[in-house]
Ligand binder design. Structure first.
Ligand code: FAD
Ligand code: DLZ
Ligand code: SF4
Length: 509
């Protein structure tokens, strides 16, 4: 009996138990399909990175003598949909059973679980053996709680997996969280980090996707493609990050700078999300490095929190809320994306920097995504679904299970606060404190009214004024609403009017 084992572009886990032994009756199938490139418009680097990593994975399986079938995007047999391809493969190879690893995206999970009905074949799902938690863990952990605070889940994960704990089951250093130490701006010292990512010539794949008329956007120097596309490179990237940047990760985690676009971040999200490397490996190696290189606990804890805490928690939110989470729109925001989201062509220097960088690199770090781009989108009342699709397409690491809760929940508060205790918004003062963007901006971060007024300032107050019925009772916003209450009505009117000028001219600000 022949069994088809289906693998997706983000299921490149060579340590999966599927590969522990080699049964010649198993046929491993991977396919580059137009259906998967077109559900949103994708950044060219995301498509190239996924295809290159898939091809490398197939080559590795072949080298280990596994029997594989790989459909490239330009293969004449390729029907460009999972179902249509499976139909002819089942016939041609007299397949009797399909096995698959649980997809991380609801759309595909739903499709795959109907394979037996659609293809009249025996079907068996397997775990992807990648995450610490199951899909239900976070949901079970919070049970009937109204708000699901990451911090409690994270502490539980630390205890459960014995990460950064002392011998008395207390957190190492006495504190669970060193977030308060992670808020320095970067002023040119310590020296900027070097981009230690690998380099590849992906001209062939670029030519193929161009000939196949795949709809993509963004820039790519495809002869110098800078993302890891196999496991060895992913492990090397982890090592180089630990050797050079982890030491400063904690201090400068929230900083932004126009001359140092990735600061001390790890670039590991693509390798992690495609499963070339596992979260356990990253966490265990980081914990070991804490002693090996006498690294600051605030950096090590801060980094581990992102992976052991946030990443698993976000995934749990996704599975607890799908389907339907993508339709959340707590504030009923309906504005379309400004045109410059696709060009970076705006006078607002923070947004021009963050968006141009995203278009050039398919990457922005967390604070650029949250406190510049997401902040503006929320203050401007952009439709959450549109901003979600933009994030899902533009970032190399964007897969719906992680992108959607981050965008709709954390960044846009579109779930009404299940994930975040208050909206992550700020006026210009935060951006000015954490970056050097304001120094060379057309607008003045200190000014609220007039031609030179930074749009973030009036939009900020307009947002809280507009949504006071939904937000004024939020205890964490007490200070904001007290300030708003103390503002005289003329001042408030001026701010609201100023914000309306910007909103009416959103494509040109
Ligand atoms: P580092 O800063 O070096 O962090 C290390 C790792 O921690 C990351 O590789 C990532 O795996 C994990 N991590 C950190 N923050 C988060 C988080 N909030 N949620 C889940 N994992 C986290 N991350 C994605 O992987 N894919 C996305 O599509 C994505 N979309 C986002 C959208 C918005 C609006 C926001 C605010 C954040 C989003 N993030 C997403 C989280 C975070 O911005 C990225 O994980 C990070 O910027 C990736 O760069 P890095 O690998 O250099 O991360
Ligand atoms: C994102 C993506 C793209 C662009 N192309 C493919 C593909 O051709 N074949 C494939 O198996 N997977 C691809 N992916 C990833 C999936 O669309 C999907 O986002 C993830 O599998 C969900 O976790
Ligand atoms: Fe951004 Fe305003 Fe600063 Fe300009 S002044 S960079 S728009 S925060």
């Amino acid at each position: 009996m022949k069994t088809l084992r289906l693998l997706l572009g983000d299921q490149l886990n060579i340590n999966h138990s599927w590969f522990n032994d080699n049964d010649p009756n198993n046929l491993y199938v991977m396919m580059e399909v137009k259906d998967e490139t077109s559900y949103v418009k994708h950044h060219v680097q995301k498509i190239l990175g996924i295809f290159a990593a898939m091809r490398n994975f197939d080559a590795e399986l072949k080298q280990r003598n596994f029997s594989t079938l790989y459909l490239t995007i330009s293969d004449p047999q390729n029907k460009h949909s999972f179902i249509e391809n499976l139909r002819w493969i089942i016939k041609k190879y007299t397949i009797k059973k399909i096995e698959y690893q649980e997809p991380d995206e609801y759309r595909l999970d739903n499709l795959f679980s109907s394979f037996s009905k659609l293809l009249h074949i025996q079907v068996q799902p397997f775990s992807s053996e990648h995450f610490y938690t199951t899909r239900q863990c976070v949901m079970n952990f919070f049970e009937d709680k109204k708000q699901w605070r990451m911090e409690y889940f994270y502490r539980n994960m630390r205890k459960k997996h014995n990460v950064l704990m002392d011998n008395n089951s207390k957190p190492l250093g006495g504190k669970w969280n060193y977030d308060a130490d992670n808020r320095k701006s970067w002023k040119g010292k310590p020296d900027a980090s070097i981009d230690l990512r690998p380099s590849h010539n992906l001209e062939n794949i670029f030519n193929e996707i161009s000939q196949e008329k795949i709809n993509f956007f963004g820039k790519c120097d495809y002869k110098n493609f800078r993302w890891p596309i196999n496991r060895a490179e992913s492990l090397e990237l982890l090592e180089s990050f630990i050797r050079t940047n982890l030491i400063y990760f904690g201090d400068y985690q929230d900083a932004m700078h126009d001359k140092n676009w990735f600061l001390f971040h790890s670039f590991l999200s693509f390798a992690l999300n495609t499963k070339m490397i596992s979260p356990m490996e990253v966490v265990e190696r980081t914990e070991k490095a804490y002693e090996e290189y006498a690294l600051p606990l605030s950096s090590v804890e801060g980094f581990i929190r992102q992976i052991l805490g946030w990443r698993e928690y976000i995934r749990g939110i996704y599975w607890s809320a799908m389907p339907g989470y993508e339709k959340n729109n707590y504030f009923n925001h309906q504005r379309s994306l400004a045109k410059w989201f696709w060009s970076g062509n705006t006078n607002m220097n923070c947004l021009a920097n963050s968006i141009n960088q995203s278009l050039d690199q398919a990457y922005a770090h967390h604070i650029q995504r949250l406190m510049v781009i997401g902040n503006f989108a929320l203050l401007a009342g952009i439709k959450p679904e549109e901003i979600h699709q933009w994030y899902l397409g533009i970032y190399i690491d964007a897969f719906e299970w992680v992108e959607l809760p981050n965008t709709l929940g954390m960044s846009q508060f579109a779930d009404g606060g299940q994930l975040a205790s208050k909206p992550y918004v700020s006026s210009a003062s935060y951006i000015n404190k954490m970056s050097n963007y304001c120094k060379s901006c057309h607008y003045d971060s200190k000014v609220k009214i007039g031609d030179k007024a930074c749009p973030f300032n009036s939009l900020y107050w307009n947002f809280f004024e507009t949504h006071k019925d939904k937000l004024a009772t939020n205890q964490r916003l007490g200070i904001v609403y007290n300030q708003l209450k103390r503002m005289d009505s003329e001042q408030k009117k001026q701010l609201v009017d100023q914000s309306q000028i910007y909103l009416k001219n959103i494509d040109f600000i």
